[in-house]
Ligand binder design. Sequence first.
Ligand SMILES: [Zn+2]
Length: 161
Amino acid sequence: MREITLSNGKTIKVECLSCALTSGLIEPDGGVVIEIDHFHAHQDVAYPIKGLIILASKRHIKCFDELTEAEKMDYINLLTKIRKAQREVLGIENVYYFYNEDTTHHFHTWMVPRYEWMYQFGRSVESVRPVLLHARNNMNSGENIKEVMNAINALGKELNK
Ligand SMILES: [Zn+2]
């Protein structure tokens, strides 16, 4: 069991944060960006980067080879759809994708947009951890959070139309 502190200050105990989010037990800050049969997309606002999306399976699985045929179709179709919306609505030219199987949560893919300011942390994959930490520690100002929330709303609107 993990104890999670919600944005409203309440704490709850959950077995798996991804299960809690995808089942609707926990409402992510900024809300659900899009939800389909087997997948669920939201922004992790702990990392306030405009257009960053976490795409999680609804089923509690860890490894890629556990996906059913229907889940595979949902995954690739939704990943592509979100990517297209990031480009069309937010002008995002490049995205980094991360997914690791040895997670304490369950199957989820990070879609991290690449912005100019990130190059101060390096050019490629090795810069991602410092970028995320920088965002978490230094980008929680009201103005940036507002921009992040606007981006979530714009993506959600595009994806659910
Ligand atoms: Zn789970």
